[in-house]
Write a protein that binds this ligand. Structure first.
Ligand code: DGL
Length: 263
């Protein structure tokens, strides 16, 4: 048993969508979340820059005593997870676009993937796509500008809707029946995406799978906290706008602290 916190980081507030799934599956676990909003979007940066920023975040989480790290960012995972795993002794959980279930579910054999440029151009993503794309057409679409909109809290504005329409409509007209959300910011756009896509299109994200995987890895490494009557604690740090972070946590019902930190 280990009562240390799980460390979670993202280029901004997007990974709070993963934090939600983790808290649902692992309510006894304490967490520390870093929103590196000052450096968002990671998706337009080089592999080296993404690795440097990821190392900075991991170092801070380790200083704060984290027992396991969740890289709650597809862009950081696909560009840096191998190097992070090679450099640090704590378990590292990553997140990648869920192409496999989408490919298995697709009746039209056409899967859309909406993700950042950094993710879609990474070797890890392209290898995974190749493995699962057997007989499946994968339509990659870079979601340019979407992370910026979400980081401003604009999850339901006409500009965000226009961007989504521009990206989703061509995929629809090419026969996509599964849309993979390959960026942890995008689950916050699901209500808007549902207004644009017909009901028969399945929207897939990896959050729940990551939470289940985190639970398994904690158990395998004897790192799980136990339900001992003491409540878990949750701390969120942002180096960006604290009001935006609070906006994305407004419906969180467990006690937590959210604060600005210059990291
Ligand atoms: N949430 C990050 C991801 O999953 C967004 C990347 C970015 O900052 O561009 O890819």
């Amino acid at each position: 048993m280990n009562k240390g916190p799980i460390g979670i980081f993202d280029s901004g507030i997007g990974g709070t969508s993963i934090w939600r799934e983790i808290n649902k599956v692992l309510p006894y676990e304490s967490t520390i979340y870093l929103a590196d909003s000052k450096n968002a979007p990671y998706g337009e940066k080089s592999k080296e820059q993404i690795l440097q920023l990821s190392v900075k975040n991991v170092e801070l989480l380790l200083q704060k005593g984290c027992k396991l790290i969740v890289v709650a960012c597809n862009t950081a995972t696909t560009n840096a997870i191998k190097e992070l795993r090679d450099s640090y002794h704590v378990p590292m959980i990553g997140i990648e676009p869920a192409i496999k279930p989408a490919a298995l579910n697709s009746k039209t054999k056409t899967v859309g993937v909406l993700a950042t440029k950094g993710t879609l151009s990474s070797a890890l993503f392209n290898n995974t796509a190749e493995i699962h794309a057997n007989g499946i057409k994968i339509l990659d679409q870079v979601g340019t500008g979407l992370v910026e909109q979400i980081e401003k809290g604009e999850i339901n504005t006409s500009k965000t809707r226009e961007l989504l329409q521009k990206y989703l409509e061509p995929m629809l007209s090419q026969g996509m029946d599964q849309l993979v959300l390959g960026c942890t910011h995008y689950p916050y756009l699901i209500p808007l995406i549902k207004e644009i896509l017909p009901e028969n299109i399945t929207i897939i994200d990896s959050g729940e799978g990551v939470a289940r995987h985190t639970k398994n890895v904690l158990q395998l490494n004897n790192l799980s906290a136990v339900a001992d009557g003491e409540s878990s604690s949750h701390q969120f740090f942002t180096n960006g706008d604290i009001d935006v972070l609070k906006f994305f946590l407004r419906d969180v019902s467990v006690p937590y602290k959210a604060q600005f930190l210059n990291f």
